[in-house]
Write a new protein. Structure first.
Length: 293
């Protein structure tokens, strides 16, 4: 406001001086030195008029286009940046907003819809969804173990039930298979896989099967299959870039039995020796999604 007012004032002063000078110019005939002095005074007033007009235009925003083009930032750009940085508001009138989604893997252990997965994959969830081959069903937590495994249940099974060995037969350097459910489909498109991990010969753990593997996010809760297609463990977590811990079959079976789940045990192979373990994993597992509020 002050800039606009001052600009207009300068413009008015310029025009006022100009009018006064014109009046002097037309006031009558002036002779000799007085005429020269009058012309000099008129010139000074004309210069003042021009200066007043230029200053008034500049302060009122009528700057030349070339000068405006040199401004590096738009006038209201800081206001737009502040608006974009606002956090999203939670809609209290509708369903609660989902703040985080966690995807893992689970596998069926009977024909009633019971599944094993990693405890950390389903703990503290607002909602749990199991998805397989285009179908999705809600799941509920039945029990959480002291180790990193959990028992969940869906209304109906979506795949084959896994089979555990009667006695664990995994030995050092044995090739095994464990992978996230979401990575199985592209793997199957390329023919599957016999294995993608090895039992670590240098590490011993009383509750875990230690694997040398490069599996990544989404593998938590996946079954660890041996050469016979039997479940030797449940993937828990990564400890180094190429070392993964899986809750072993003995602890998984004890947990299932404690909660009345009738799982299958057999030492006979569930697949031929040259068959893809990836195909076996795909038939018994599914994606498990934890929606946290």
């Amino acid at each position: 406001m002050r800039g606009n007012f001052e600009g207009r004032a300068w413009g008015l002063r310029g025009w006022g001086l100009g009018n006064w000078g014109l009046k002097v110019h037309h006031s009558g005939s002036i002779s000799g030195g007085a005429a020269s002095a009058a012309r000099a005074g008129l010139l000074v007033r004309l210069v003042r008029i021009a200066c007043g007009i230029v200053i008034g235009c500049a302060l009122n925003g009528f700057a030349p286009r070339e000068a405006a083009a040199q401004v590096p930032f738009a006038l209201f750009q800081p206001a737009r940046q502040m608006e974009a940085a606002k956090p999203l508001a939670r809609d209290v009138t509708g369903a609660p907003a989902i703040s985080q989604r966690l995807d893992g893997t689970a596998f069926f252990v009977d024909d009633l819809g019971h599944m094993l997965t990693a405890r950390h994959a389903v703990a503290d969830c607002g909602r749990i969804v199991v998805s397989k081959e285009g179908r999705s069903v809600a799941a509920r937590v039945v029990a959480l173990a002291a180790t990193d495994i959990a028992l969940i249940k869906v209304p109906r099974t979506l795949g084959l039930a896994a089979v555990f060995p009667r006695a664990s037969a995994s030995a050092a350097n044995d090739m095994v298979f464990a992978e996230a459910y979401d990575r199985l489909k592209p793997m199957l498109a390329h023919g599957g896989a016999l294995g993608n991990a090895f039992v670590d010969a240098t590490q011993r753990d009383p509750e875990h099967l230690v694997l040398r593997s490069n599996v990544t996010f989404g593998t938590s809760g996946a079954p660890v299959l041996d050469s016979r297609g039997l479940v030797e463990g449940v993937v828990s977590r990564r400890t180094t870039i190429d070392r993964v811990l899986a809750v072993d079959a003995a602890h998984a079976k004890s947990f299932l039995a404690a909660h009345g789940v009738r799982f299958q045990e057999d030492d006979r192979p569930q697949m031929s020796g040259t068959a893809s373990r990836a195909h076996r994993a795909a038939s018994i597992s599914a994606r498990v999604t934890c929606l946290q509020q």
